[in-house]
Design a protein around this ligand. Structure first.
Ligand SMILES: NC(=O)c1ccc[n+]([C@@H]2O[C@H](COP(=O)([O-])OP(=O)(O)OC[C@H]3O[C@@H](n4cnc5c(N)ncnc54)[C@H](O)[C@@H]3O)[C@@H](O)[C@H]2O)c1
Ligand SMILES: [Zn+2]
Length: 369
């Protein structure tokens, strides 16, 4: 299998107050929309989207998302959207809301509009959803025959979101190049169903460059709730560059290890996707045998953005060897993305998890962090 495949959304729009233009972007597409957002996001952006739609003569059915991108939730919202004969499905919120909106839109064969309210993960652009059990355990990737039609990224809303969400998005995006370059080196398959194009490789590499250049300034901008060129750069890196870069560039160990962590119970469930991916990325770097300086470059960057680097940081201080092996086994099940770039056993992954924790703990100790 050697064909190169690159996929992408039809239109990506990013800037301050862009949601005010939703009516003009949807002109001629249809008139019956459903808008999906969780309780928090309804007040932050959902009502504003609906009022813009109504002003532009669209009808909009409001649906409250319950918080988990699960089969049951997708079924429930699909039924509600069918009752409205919706031809446009609009997801507003974080990755789980957006993944649910994509699935609902697929069921209805509708036009898909994605409005992320945080740059917290690279979910907006892809032609797939990550599906979980109602208890938040990773179940499967669900693939679609096309990417979202329209993505509206309003940087005013994103600047006002909690800085922790932006940092999480940076961590998710930092995994993109680490994973893509591993897949390229191995000749593995990407989420787009082929091997990596030069285009996706360039995007993924540019993603990492942008993060190291502007990550700190953007994080400080988010703390001050202001839109700056650095914030705009990081929103694009977290959303567009990371989204295209992971999907057509390739996922490898970092995300498989993230998925493995969802199999554990306890406080780790309160961590964001990006925070778990940060630790997963460190584990992948350990598996790859990099120099101390290279590994420390990542550890230092994560720490400076208040991201987790040790098992204690991800609430697994008391994890047993069996727990770690459970994670490693889940990360290496057949079909997991780790096999796109590594020929490893669960045992080797478990050792890398323990070593990553040990390296980061030693780093923190030596700098008294
Ligand atoms: N489909 C894909 O390609 C893809 C890619 C990456 C991640 N994902 C998935 O996305 C999910 C992670 O997304 P996430 O990190 O956004 O988490 P999330 O969707 O679980 O949660 C985001 C949280 O932030 C809140 N929020 C959103 N915007 C806000 C704002 N402006 N102000 C205050 N609070 C706000 C939401 O209410 C929600 O509680 C995971 O399920 C992951 O697997 C999917
Ligand atoms: Zn991710």
């Amino acid at each position: 299998m050697s064909e190169r495949v690159f996929i992408s959304p039809s239109k990506y729009v990013q800037g301050k107050n862009v949601i005010e233009k939703i009516g003009s972007y949807l002109r001629g597409i249809g008139t019956q929309t459903v808008v999906i957002a969780d309780e928090t996001v309804w007040n932050i952006a959902g009502h504003k989207v609906v009022s813009e739609l109504k002003q532009a003569n669209f009808s909009a059915k409001e649906i409250v998302f319950n918080g988990e991108a699960s089969k049951e939730e997708i079924k429930r919202i699909t039924q509600a959207a069918k009752n409205e004969h919706a031809t446009i499905v609009i997801g507003v919120g974080g990755g789980k809301t957006l993944d649910t909106a994509k699935a609902v839109s697929d069921e209805l064969d509708a036009y898909t509009v994605i409005i992320p309210t945080a740059a917290s993960a690279d979910a907006p652009t892809s032609a797939l959803s990550v599906v979980y059990s109602d208890d938040g355990i990773f179940e499967n990737y669900r693939f679609y025959n096309h990417n979202p039609n329209l993505i509206l990224v309003d940087t005013k809303i994103i600047a006002e979101a909690p800085p922790r969400l932006l940092a999480s998005g940076i961590a998710d995006a930092l995994a993109t190049w680490v994973e893509a370059r591993a897949v390229i080196a191995y000749g593995g398959k990407t989420m787009a169903g082929g091997i990596t194009t030069i285009a996706a490789e360039a995007i993924a590499e540019k993603c990492e460059q942008t993060l190291f250049q502007y990550g700190h300034l953007a994080y400080e901008s988010a703390k001050a709730k202001v839109v700056t060129p650095a914030l705009e750069a990081i929103v694009e890196a977290n959303t567009l560059l990371s989204g295209l870069g992971f999907e057509s560039g390739g996922l490898a160990a970092a995300h498989a290890i993230h998925n493995g962590f969802t199999a554990l119970e306890g406080e780790i469930h309160h961590l964001t996707h990006g925070e778990k991916v940060a630790f997963g990325t460190l584990v992948q770097l350990v598996l790859e045998k990099h120099s101390l300086a290279e590994i420390e470059r990542y550890i230092q960057f994560y720490i400076s953005l208040d991201l987790p680097v040790t098992l204690e940081d991800i609430k697994l201080k008391d994890a047993t060897k069996e727990d770690i092996l459970k994670v490693a086994k889940a990360a290496t099940v057949e079909g997991e993305t780790i096999h796109n770039a590594f020929n490893v056993t669960a045992d080797e992954v478990a050792d890398a998890i323990i070593a990553a924790d040990q390296y980061a703990t030693a780093y923190k100790k030596s700098y008294r962090l």
